[in-house]
Design a protein around this ligand. Structure first.
Ligand code: NAD
Ligand code: UDP
Length: 315
């Protein structure tokens, strides 16, 4: 098949392009390089089935494809809050443009939605049936509400125009090729630990997150795309939940770091807890994560160590 991956030069997108090429597909990677990088896809450039298009999905584009994975959107709070209006345009106008393309060429389209549609959840763990608790006017809203509108657009194009859609809600995912300066907890803590700098825990560190390794996520994403008669939404994530403080301690141990934990103010609207209920993904896709947190973190630490020229991780 000919497959379009928007945001293909980003963290998740680059792993997805790799996977689709390995299955023998033709892949068009579309990216405006806001948070993505050519470094992430440079190893794919020699593959004659791989094509790179520099384009901003806020603008329409004409392409003929069989599948569209719509991943283009900055994902870390630091990046999506840098230009909130642009973040909203990317989610909303990007979804309209990609759905328009899907409708025109009768392609199946998968939208990368997020656990952020649940906001600061009052239901725990989060099931797909939960409608969420989202602040519409806060500093995270450009991302959360943009993704919620993208979900609405997907469902309306499906009901109104019979577009063949797939909706996944991705929970915190980590792994090699996360951007070094994206401010997300995994990259921040690992880099701080590798440099023996203080580990910056925001708030008292009692807030929780559940971290999924990138290969597991890509597997779930591809299964969902190729699953017949199931539009989703479906949660994809790892249900193993840790407090952020536990997570900091884990990273110190894995990297053999001398870092100490320090506490800084909690950002506004930071969700207090997050853990996916993945029963639906289990039932419909036969999917569950395989990579243990310690193993995934060790691989990610190796990647960052190589990036910053630190050599092998000590443990
Ligand atoms: P990322 O920032 O590494 O990748 C996003 C990519 O989209 C980048 O390559 C960026 O340059 C590109 N992009 C941004 N705006 C664009 C635009 N207007 N036009 C074209 N390209 C544009 O982030 P990621 O972690 O790989 O996330 C990929 C997708 O998955 C995003 O939609 C994100 O919301 C979603 N998601 C990720 C996570 C996670 O934990 N990584 C969790 C939930 C949802
Ligand atoms: N966090 C932290 N220190 C950091 C970066 C993040 O304590 O240096 C916390 C952040 O406040 C949040 C959690 O880690 O509670 C996850 O943050 P991230 O930005 O990675 O993702 P999100 O909040 O979108 O889940």
């Amino acid at each position: 098949m000919r497959i379009l991956v928007t945001g293909g030069a980003g963290f998740l997108g680059s792993h997805l392009c790799e996977r689709l090429l390995s299955e023998g597909h033709d892949v068009i990677c579309l990216d405006n390089f806001f948070t993505g990088s050519k470094d992430n896809i440079i190893h794919l450039m020699d593959n004659h089935r791989f094509e790179l298009v520099r384009h901003d999905i806020v603008e329409p584009i004409l392409l003929e494809v069989d599948r569209i994975y719509n991943l283009a959107c900055p994902a870390s709070p630091v990046h999506y809050q840098y230009n909130p209006v642009k973040t909203l345009k990317t989610s909303v106008m990007g979804a309209i443009n990609m759905l328009g393309m899907a409708k025109r060429v009768k392609a199946r389209i998968l939208q990368a939605s997020t656990s952020e549609v649940y906001g600061d959840p009052q239901v725990h763990p989060q099931t797909e049936a939960y409608w969420g608790n989202v602040n519409p006017i806060g500093i995270r809203s450009c991302y959360d509400e943009g993704k919620r509108v993208a979900e609405t657009l997907m469902m309306d194009y499906h009901r109104q125009n019979k577009v063949d859609i797939r909706l996944i809600r991705i929970f915190n995912t980590y792994g090699p090729r996360m951007a070094e300066h994206d401010g997300r907890v995994v990259s921040n803590f690992i880099l701080q630990a590798l440099r023996n700098e203080d580990i910056t825990v925001y708030g008292d560190g009692s807030q929780t997150r559940s971290f999924c390794y990138v290969s597991d996520l890509v597997e779930g994403m591809c299964r969902m795309m190729e699953c017949d008669d199931f539009t989703g939404p479906v949660n994809l994530g790892n249900p193993v939940e840790n407090t952020i403080l536990e997570f900091a301690e884990k990273i110190i141990t894995i990297t053999g770091s001398k870092s100490k934990v320090i506490f800084s103010p909690l950002p506004q609207d930071d969700p207090k807890q997050r853990r996916p209920d993945i029963s639906l993904a289990g039932e419909r896709l036969g999917w569950k994560p395989q990579v243990e947190l310690d193993a995934g973190l060790a691989r990610t630490a190796e990647y960052f160590a190589a990036r910053i020229g630190k050599g092998a991780v000590q443990k």
